[in-house]
Design a protein around this ligand. Sequence first.
Ligand code: SAM
Ligand code: FES
Length: 348
Amino acid sequence: MSDTVSAFLRLTQDADDALLLQMLTEEPEDDTALYAAADAVRRKWYGDAVFLRGLIEFTNYCKNDCYYCGIRHGNTRAQRYRLTADEILECAAEGYALGYRTFVLQGGEDPYFTDDRLCEIVAALHRNYPDCAVTLSVGEKPKESYQAYFDAGAKRYLLRHETADEAHYRRLHPDSMSLENRRRCLFDLKAIGYQVGSGFMIGSPYQTPECLLSDFRFLQQLSPDMIGVGPYLTHPDTPFAGQPSGSLKRGLRILSMLRLLFPKALIPATTAFGTIAPNGRELALRAGANVVMPNLSPVRVRKLYALYENKICTGEEAAECRGCLERRIASAGYQAVTSVGDPAGSAG
Ligand code: SAM
Ligand code: FES
């Protein structure tokens, strides 16, 4: 093992602010030693396994107005859709037949999906597929709602904190939203017993190395099971239309740092990585990621779940998506695994 790889392997949870800030500020020409160190750590805990999670984007209605997001309430150009409960169950049936054992229901904060409606859907999935894990990603809710979804059978929840820096949070969101509530949600989810995923965009407008340091420290405090990151990508019909997208290189660097700091975390090679570069997800896997989330949504709605411009995988049927992803995972040197895929322990 090269000296530089061994040096990076010493980057642990105990790393001090100065070292982390230095690494978050530097933009070296070549980060391959960092990726190799991150890959060594992921292989220690997970071998070459890449977990597949079937993603169902079931509504693009959203009552919120995050400045970066293409499905924000204020985007009057967005064509809205929501799937019926039957359609969601059909997506899951197709996913199950393809071998997926985790379903992720993700959507905007859509008031149509009341707690009762969501609980019915979660309970039906749980009843039909007792051998599968149901994950929800439907935003900020009161603790009682999270408890009701949990009791109905959802055991995992994805909610990115977006940024742990108060001033940065204010620049990304309108006053109706707060970092305090986002944090409250995440700690409520943990207290209920969910496996929790959090994370942030890399290169979002006004993000500084200090913001990223706060993100790392916040994640250390939360100790989530999954950490979802990906480059920020501009959507033309948002207040941030004039802001540049994040970069692949910076995204990979931060993903590798996260793998070193959180050796056992589940870290997805997100669609945003695949959108910023054709082989972006493969590169993310080689930089420390160990999850991919193939899209199970019906093809007719795929393009409409447009968080950002040029989102990939909007034209393929679920089966094609599965084949494509398996080939990509194999080409990167890993093996797709469809099991429930629990984390190797706490993400710490
Ligand atoms: N409403 C749920 C929530 O807030 O967690 C789930 C849906 S939300 C659209 C999913 C994630 O998409 C957000 O957490 C955000 O990090 C990401 N996202 C939104 N706009 C984005 C953009 N322009 N570029 C990259 N990621 C974006
Ligand atoms: Fe969906 Fe390639 S991952 S088409």
